[in-house]
Every structure is written in C-alpha cells, then in structure tokens.
Design a protein around this ligand. Structure first.
Ligand code: ADE
Length: 425
C-alpha cells in the first residue's frame, strides 16, 4: 500500500520549506499513523484494489477532514474512484491532511477556519463535480444536492444521527431523489464510534482546551443517547460527579440505573462546573439559563450542529478580551464568567483531534462497503433511506475482531437447532 512518496524528515538547514511543504510532511505522517491502526479499511482495500470496482464513479464527500478520513479516501481512490471532498464543519479541518490529499490528486475544497459562506461555496464546488455517490456527515451535501436536483447522483450514504433526521424529513415529504444508506444505524457504527469514540474524544477536547482536573468536578451531560452514555461513563471513570438531563423517560431511567444522578436542567444549573450537550436537539441551554449558572462555568457541545447552546445570545454579550486558552471564549453574563468552548461546535473535532482511528475504522469500513454496495446495486434501489445491509455490519464486526486478534466460539448444529427450531420442546 503506497503513498506517492515516502515520508522524509525535514532536517535540512539549507533548504527553505514553505508552510505547505511542512504541512504535507505532517499530513503524510498523520496518514501513516492512522493507516497503521485502520486494519479493516486496509483489508477491504486489499480485496478490491485489483478489480477497481469504483473506477467509473465520481465520489463526493462531505466529512470532517481528518487523518482517518484520509485513510478512507485513499482506499476509495485505490479502488478506482475519482474523489472530491469538502468539510462537514467550517472549523474541523486538519490542514496537514488537506495538503496530503491534494498531493494525492484528491480534489479538496476546504480551507482552515473558513467562513460560513466559504463553507457553503465549497459544498457547491463538490456538487459541481457531478458526483455519482455522495457520502455526508450531517446531510448538508445531500440537502444541497436535493435543492439543486443534481442528476448525476445514483445514491448516497450518511454518517450521523443528525443527518439521518434530515433525510427522514426529506423522505416523509416524498422528496428523496436517490437511495441513501444510513451508516449511523449500523451497530458497528453507533455502538462504538458514538459511544467509545466520541466518549473519549470529548475528554480529549476538554483537556486540550482547559487542562483541568476532571476528578471531583460536577459535569452535567444533556442527552443519554450513545454519545451521552460514552461521555458520562468516561467522565465518571476519571472521578467526576455526573448528572444527566434527559427528556426521554426510558433513557432517563437507564441513566438512573446506570448509577448517574438524573435531574431537570433547571434544577442543576447552579451546581454544574461544566455542561456538555449531546442531544442533537436545539435550544438545550438557552438565554434564561446562563445567569443561573456558577461563575466560571464551562460550556461545550458534542452534537453535530451548533444549535444546542444559545451561542447567538452569548455572542451578543460582553466578552472578556483576553483569550486565556485556544478555543476558549469567556462572556460576561450579569457579572459572571461563562466560558464557551469551540464556539459551541463539535468540541471533539475542533478542540480535539476527533475520534480515534480504531473506532473510525469501523465507521468508515461501513461507509466504504456501503459505497461499494450502491455502486453494484443502485439500479435495484428505491429512493429511500436504507439500513446498512446486515451482512456488511456482520462483516465489519468480524474484520474488527480479527484486527484485534480475537477469536470467538461458534454454535454447534445441535445448538442451532435448539435456537431456531426449539427442538427440545
Ligand atoms: N467524526 C468524529 N471523529 C472523526 C474523525 N476522526 N474523522 C472523521 N470524522 C469524525
């Protein structure tokens, strides 16, 4: 498995290196580092590299541009695809990865710290390449492809819970123009990426930004879905007190029996040291809540969109001019310091490095196999949201187990009969 040139350490004192050369070298290292642990994608790549089943396809991606994404794209390229990518978030772009992808002839439409306008223009640039299959994280690309009625598209995939909600809304209004596979719904995606991946990378974002001791602090986690479960269990493991706020009675009960404190948000406002929203819903922490919080409180969001905390209200208030830490802003609300991390956008990808490669390997293996599935079956697919086929989910789990060196038992024929035919009755 080769990249265009081997990594070389920058050591010459004589040569002048441009910023982009340095980024490229860093990007190659980042790619190699991720590739080392993304064994499932590598196996899929090995299997199809010769036959190049994607060679007649233009793929358009809208993903967070990270080292893990570079592994997915390089694999799709090795299978013959022509590729364009824009970023799923204006602030999550890893510049070294951008240089690396460009060097490998992948069309990248993204620049670090791009404005909202540039972000949308870059999505349109991907659309203008007339993609056949699009892979999205948040359904922004799908949504624009639908508004513009792009004819070239034969199918797509979607990575997140928030994106799937948007696709379901298109589907219920009979507006879906092509088949979309909801990768988030695969067990080998949400059970691991959302829970263990995001559960860990949020801590990474918090520590890089704040460097605080987590033990003994009171964290309030809003939402006890897979991400909320992961974050609260990581925080508890580090010695934090954790309170969960929920609107779903079953999830709230689950949180209670998992041993967490469960309260209404308004009741816990004065006690939390740090609030983390993980709901996928809007207006979770709003204007009326800030002044009831502790002086010095920290606020962060893990959801895909920056709608969970009322950042517009915060940004309309006085801001302390000194920025004490990267990705940290501090507002003055009735004389209290309210800290906002990463502008209320996905903390794990902006303040941190995103989810670890091993877990993204599972998600992106589902993506790659779903893209291959669409390429092979699109003529028989309807304009609807599909689940990842069970064979793909099972295959990803098997490949992951073998990557981790784990062998599992098999049912005997007698056990299969017992299970399926209830032959003992
Ligand atoms: N979403 C969460 N973590 C990610 C990562 N490392 N790469 C791409 N998308 C992600």
């Amino acid at each position: 498995m080769e990249i265009r040139s081997q990594y070389s350490i920058i050591k010459s004192k004589d040569k002048k290196y441009t910023n982009s050369t340095i980024l490229l070298e860093k990007g190659k290292l980042s790619y190699e580092w991720a590739l080392n642990t993304m064994k499932i994608i590598s196996k899929i790549r090995e299997k199809y590299e010769r036959s190049k089943p994607l060679s007649s396809f233009n793929l358009g991606f809208c993903l967070h541009i990270t080292k893990e994404t570079s592994v997915l794209l390089m694999a799709a390229k090795a299978l013959g695809a022509n590729i364009s990518i824009c970023s799923a978030n204006p602030l999550s772009i890893q510049e070294d990865v951008v240089e690396f992808l460009k060097y490998n002839e992948i069309n990248v439409f993204a620049t670090k710290n791009q404005t909202k306008k540039e972000f949308f223009n870059n999505i349109i640039k991907v659309i203008n390449t007339n993609p056949n299959i699009i892979t999205d994280d948040g359904a922004e690309l799908h949504s624009i492809a639908h508004n513009r009625k792009i004819k070239s598209i034969i199918g797509g995939t979607e990575e997140t819970t928030s994106g799937i909600l948007r696709i379901l809304s298109l589907q219920s209004n009979n507006k879906l123009n092509y088949a979309i596979i909801g990768v988030n719904e695969a067990k080998t995606k949400h059970l691991f990426d959302n829970r263990y991946g995001t559960g860990q990378s949020i801590i990474d974002g918090l520590l890089r930004t704040l460097g605080i001791l987590i033990a003994g602090k009171h964290f309030v986690v809003s939402g006890y879905g897979w991400v909320g479960k992961g974050v609260s269990s990581s925080l508890r493991g580090l010695g934090a007190k954790v309170t969960i706020t929920e609107v779903d009675p079953i999830k709230a009960l689950e949180a209670h029996l998992d041993g967490f404190n469960v309260q209404r948000l308004k009741d816990v406002l004065p006690n939390g040291d740090c609030f983390i929203t993980c709901t996928g819903q809007r207006d979770v922490i709003s204007k009326k809540d800030f002044s009831l919080m502790k002086n010095g409180v920290f606020l962060a969001n893990a959801g895909h969109f920056d709608v969970e905390i009322d950042i517009h209200y915060l940004q309309s208030q006085d801001k302390f001019p000194k920025q004490m830490r990267p990705h940290l802003e501090c507002y003055n609300i009735n004389g209290k310091k309210i800290h906002l991390i990463a502008k209320g956008r996905v903390i794990n990808l902006i303040a941190g490095e995103g989810n670890a490669s091993e877990v993204m390997d599972l998600s992106f293996a589902n993506q790659l196999l779903s893209i291959l599935y669409i390429a092979e079956n699109y003529k028989n697919l309807k304009k609807k949201l599909y689940e990842v086929p069970k064979e793909i989910d099972d295959q990803v789990a098997q490949l992951a187990l073998s990557a981790f060196g784990i062998k599992i038992d098999k049912l005997s024929q007698r056990q299969i009969d017992y299970y399926y035919n209830n032959s003992s009755l």
